[in-house]
Design a protein around this ligand. Sequence first.
Ligand code: AMP
Length: 220
Amino acid sequence: MAHNMLRAVLLGPPGAGKGTQAAKVIEKYNVPHISTGDIFRANIKEGTELGKKAKGYMDEGKLVPDELVVNLVTDRLQKDDCKEGFLLDGFPRTIFQAEQLDKFLSENGQKLDIVLNFKVRKDVLIERIAGRRVCKSCGASFHVVNVPPKKEGICDVCGGELFQRKDDNRETVENRINVYESETAPLIGYYEKQNVLANFDGEKTHNEVFEDVVKAIEAK
Ligand code: AMP
């Protein structure tokens, strides 16, 4: 296949399927997956200063303050493996973060090719998140009913152990969806104005959504 260069952002509420589509996109386009949530969770596990600062916010379903997030991402984007592109997942989540990202990209002579926005109704999101199970080792995502692993509690991809994210409980999920509506949803209009937004029906099957995503990327 021809060499692909892709600079993309995944946008959508928790449970919209960003992580699932991310895994497919990075495989096809061979770009690094930069998930700020994954980076924070790894820092919490390792007990770093950043992890300690982020944990309280995450456990409550609140956003980690912008000043802890932006440098983390811009440092990551300066690494060699991002020269040919990247897939951002869970960043930006506020208008401020989006502006800082634009500033970084323009200073580096880059711009986003596409922002992939996934729409899913709220009741579907809650049901998906409540049943979500994630692999401790590789991060692959399953659902106890909709996408069950072949063997309960075990990752199909790598054999790792599946667990439920601490913030995937019903109360925290409501918070996260509200935070999405107030802080992150305004990014839809922000990127629409930049002419980089592509909308997807996130309630289709994973494979159908991915087909739509590939079509939108190829059309850019
Ligand atoms: P996620 O894995 O994307 O659902 O993120 C899990 C949690 O990490 C969020 O609920 C926030 O507390 C925090 N987080 C991840 N990315 C960001 C971001 N870009 N800005 C602020 N907080 C974030």
